[in-house]
Design a binder for this molecule. Structure first.
Ligand code: ARG
Ligand code: ZN
Length: 869
């Protein structure tokens, strides 16, 4: 079908990239007037439109009650347009058309949290990406229609805050107890970046002067009691603004930047022009109420949304197939920002862990799609790990290959060429190529193909010639919907170590990429190829894919002792961690001996704790049960994985002996000067505490209870609470009760209280029943749903037993109430087909039974895909 202009969008129709057509009309300007009342909202709009190509004038609209429509001042009668549940089509419209509509909407009963909706009792907010604006007014709601917005917002004075994008140009009274504001956004933008906010909120203010001398007013709006928790976000915002100037030469372009926090939000946050709207979980940060991980996340999401101002807003997407153009690039930018905030190695470890835990399994199963898909039914289903995280990896690969300087030349060229435009992935790669002088067009293959490539490597050493040869081979599993899969360009960052001395060889090979970086990067871009290194005096140990230089599954015939060597001698923190993960995976899935890991970690730890406590804590990462499960493609039995992992942790606890308690007692987070270090020390202490519990240390619960009681820091409190609750300690109930009493009015903290209980390894259907019928549980608040569902899903043994019904019921309920979140949660069950019988058939039957009970495009498309294997 034609997403541009042709009428009649059928209900569950597939939309194809190849059918893209330019919009038939452009919109030069839009005037919106939004009047909010308790039981409805009136929206009037005036669009100044101009014909651009042949075709009808099409305005998209959903759940709108049309009161009137005029063209060029003349009222249209019903015979003069065609209206269905998705759009309003006007045939033979004039070249220049001023279209005025009046509609009535119901934000006060909008539970889908899309369009304009009531978020809690005294706040209205919008979420318009990707297609929410059509639920506010009739509009060519597609990202390649850019316009200048003027917005009038009117409401009762019980809502003192009335915001929209851009500059405030007028404010005043409008009759009894009502007031209004008028805002004008000088930059042209697509409708998905429109936002308005009506509510009763307090504000934290600051200022920032850009490198171009612009004085910007910064404002973060939140509930009064949460304002003290907004300082970290404010600092992160200023830091992001500086960082983008320094690293990409991009300065902010408006006189104000506003952020609004709401506890009712489907996702993390939204980059609306000059008026970001955030889930409270991504703004509020405070050691007393939120964890260290949450604090890091706040900083990265603040940066992410700010960076969108250039990569997403100033330069946007031509159509939604190009989503990864803005998301992949912006995630790569926020990851780089966060690498500057904490141990860079740990940031990379965490980002890769997310990629491997979510994107790799997604790409190996029935929901697999390329970073730029070529078809979809419901675009909301494509805000995926593949689009975001794999998208980011593609940009990282190009940047690794180019090195800092050339990459910057490439991005400069992108901004120079495309500022103010709606573009494609091809435009991005072409600009990078032109700016850097390096042909990157082969990277387009990454955007267009699904699947994680398998990279097999082999090393051969010839002592007589002192040559070491590495041979590479890449393969991709066949995909039912995408044929003609091609080899992709894989930058392999590598180092060779002298096995005797632990020293690194200086690499000599004419095949290494010239990018000015110190380490060798070999660009492997065929199905099979090899590279030789000369002057290697002894059989080396190779460290491949350093810093995870490409999103592939590496298979290299390391011996276990070689991995243990890398754990100790590799200077790239990421590959040091990767060596532990490979070893542990072998122990857990292939029954290798654990002793070699235990010995190596014991030798390495003291040193790493000294240098980088956060990295030290990550070296204890034992792959999660769900990650291990995702590595098993058939006859998966969650219980077997659970038992293997428990056995390893018990062995580790035993072997470490008094080291755990000594370390626990010797570490003091308060003596650390930097947040990243203190965070590492807290993480390590919590790990030691949980290992002590495994040792059956008689004192451990007292220590845990003391840590719980004496600390004002949420990571310390939760770490202790987990040890108490998950081990059913005598103090567990008292601690839970205390936590509840203390934090019952703090949503984000209370989410943790729900999560901990749902994540109890021995949780049952009754536990979940207790939590989901608790007075503080709320099916209208995605964060609360996710705290229980996410907690439950921390234990795959539970997910795949009583959890199946939980997720199926949720999908059924949310199908109508909030299909975006319903579809997401259902995806937890995607890997049903890997289960051993009889579980496999049982879960399949539950999913089949759900089919006839759901209606939304979101849930139906997901369910159909899940069952299409
Ligand atoms: N653009 C937003 C971000 O990544 C996310 C919006 C997600 N919206 C959605 N309907 N899935 O920052
Ligand atoms: Zn984003």
């Amino acid at each position: 079908m034609n997403i541009a202009a042709n009428p009649i969008v059928e209900a569950n129709q597939t939309i194809y990239l190849k059918d893209y057509q330019k919009p038939s009309y452009v919109v030069d300007s839009i005037h919106l007037d939004i009047q909010v009342y308790d039981d409805h909202t009136d929206v009037s709009s005036k669009l100044v439109m101009k014909r651009q190509t042949d075709g009808d004038l099409v305005l998209l609209g959903r759940d709108l009650e049309l009161k009137s429509i005029k063209i060029n001042g003349k009222k249209l009668t019903e015979s003069e347009y065609k209206l269905d549940s998705e759009q309003l089509v006007i045939r033979n419209a004039p070249e220049q058309a001023i279209v005025e509509t009046v509609v009535l909407i119901h934000p006060e009963t909008n539970t889908q949290l899309e369009g304009l909706y009531l978020a809690g009792s005294d706040l209205f907010v919008t979420q318009n990406e990707p297609e929410g604006f059509r639920k506010i007014t009739f509009y060519p709601d597609r990202p390649d229609v850019l316009s200048v917005f003027t917005t009038r917002v009117e409401a009762d004075k019980k809502y003192p805050v009335l915001l929209a994008n851009g500059n405030l140009i007028e404010a005043g009274e409008s009759g009894e107890d009502r007031h209004y504001t008028i805002w004008q956004d000088p930059t042209k933008k697509p409708a998905y970046l429109f936002a308005c906010v009506i509510g009763d909120l307090a504000v934290l203010k600051d200022r920032y002067t850009t490198s171009e001398g612009r004085d910007v007013a910064l404002e973060i709006y939140a509930e009064e009691k949460d304002i003290p928790k907004c300082h970290i976000a404010m600092e992160a915002l200023k830091h992001s603004m500086r960082w983008d100037e320094e690293h990409y030469g991009r300065a902010y372009d408006l006189d104000n930047y506003m952020i609004v926090a709401t506890s009712q939000f489907n996702m993390g946050a939204m980059e609306n022009k000059g008026l970001n709207i955030f889930n409270t979980s991504c703004v509020l940060a405070d050691e007393e109420y939120t964890t260290d991980a949450a604090i890091m996340r706040v900083q990265s999401v603040i940066a992410h949304e700010y960076f969108h101002n250039w990569t997403g807003n100033r330069i946007t997407c031509r159509d939604w197939f190009q989503l990864c153009l803005k998301e992949g690039l912006t995630v790569f930018r926020d990851q780089s920002f966060s690498e500057d905030l904490q141990s860079a190695a740990v940031q990379r470890i965490d980002d890769v862990a997310v990629l491997k835990a979510h994107q790799f399994p997604e790409d190996a199963g029935p929901l697999s799609h390329p970073p730029r898909p070529d078809h979809f039914v419901e675009i909301n289903n494509f805000y995926t790990a593949t689009v975001y995280e794999k998208g980011a990896e593609i940009n990282r690969m190009m940047s690794t290959l180019l090195g800092k300087e050339k990459f910057r030349k490439g991005t400069d060229e992108y901004f120079r060429r495309h500022d103010g435009q709606a573009v494609t992935v091809e435009d991005w790669v072409a600009a990078l190529t032109a700016g850097s002088g390096v042909d990157l067009s082969a990277f387009l293959i990454w955007y267009n193909q699904p699947g994680t490539p398998k990279l097999e490597a082999k090393g051969e050493y010839d002592a007589s010639t002192q040559i070491y040869r590495l041979t590479f081979k890449q393969t991709l599993k066949a995909h039912p919907k995408y044929s003609n899969l091609k080899p992709v360009p894989i930058p392999v960052a590598l180092a060779l170590f002298n096995a005797q001395t632990g020293a690194q060889y200086t690499l000599k090979s004419d095949r290494l990429f010239e990018n000015g970086v110190k380490d060798g990067v070999y660009l492997f871009d065929q199905a099979e190829a090899s590279i030789e290194f000369t002057g290697i005096t002894e059989k080396p140990i190779a460290s491949l894919l350093r810093n995870f230089s490409a999103p592939v599954n590496l298979e290299f015939n390391y011996s276990d002792p070689e991995l243990a060597f890398l754990l100790q001698y590799e200077t790239n923190g990421f590959n040091q961690w990767q060596a532990t993960q490979t070893l542990l995976e072998r122990i857990l899935l292939d029954g290798h001996d654990a002793q070699i890991y235990v010995d190596a970690i014991q030798q390495t730890l003291p040193n790493v704790i000294e240098k980088d406590p956060l990295l030290a804590s990550r070296l204890f990462d034992v792959p999660t049960e769900s990650y291990l499960g995702s590595r098993i493609d058939q006859d998966y039995n969650p219980l077997i994985v659970h038992e293997a992992r428990e056995a390893l942790l018990n062995q580790l606890a035993k072997v470490l002996g008094s080291f755990t308690k000594d370390t626990y007692l010797s570490l003091d987070p308060d003596s650390q000067h930097e947040f990243s270090q203190a965070m590492g020390v807290r993480a390590l202490k919590n790990i030691m505490l949980s290992l002590m519990a495994r040792q059956g240390d008689s004192e451990v619960f007292d220590l845990a209870y003391a840590q719980y009681e004496n600390s004002m820091n949420m990571s310390e409190r939760l770490g202790a609470l987990k040890v108490l609750v998950w081990n059913d300690a005598p103090q567990a109930q008292a601690a839970l009760q205390d936590f509840y009493t203390h934090f019952k009015d703090e949503d984000l903290s209370l989410d943790q209280w729900f999560m901990i209980q749902a994540a109890h390894p021995k949780a049952t259907a009754e536990t979940i029943q207790y939590l989901t019928t608790h007075v503080d549980y709320d099916l209208g608040t995605p964060n609360r749903i996710r705290s229980v569902s996410g907690g439950l899903n921390a234990n795959p043994v539970n997910t795949w037993s009583f959890g199946v019904q939980h997720f199926v019921d949720l999908a059924k309920y949310l199908d109508e109430k909030n299909p975006i979140v319903g579809s997401r949660l259902l995806q937890v069950l995607t890997r049903w087909y890997t289960l051993a019988e009889p579980q496999r058939s049982e879960v399949k039957a539950s999913l089949e039974a759900l089919k006839s009970q759901v209606k939304s495009k979101n849930v139906s498309e997901t369910l159909n895909s899940m069952l299409s294997i």
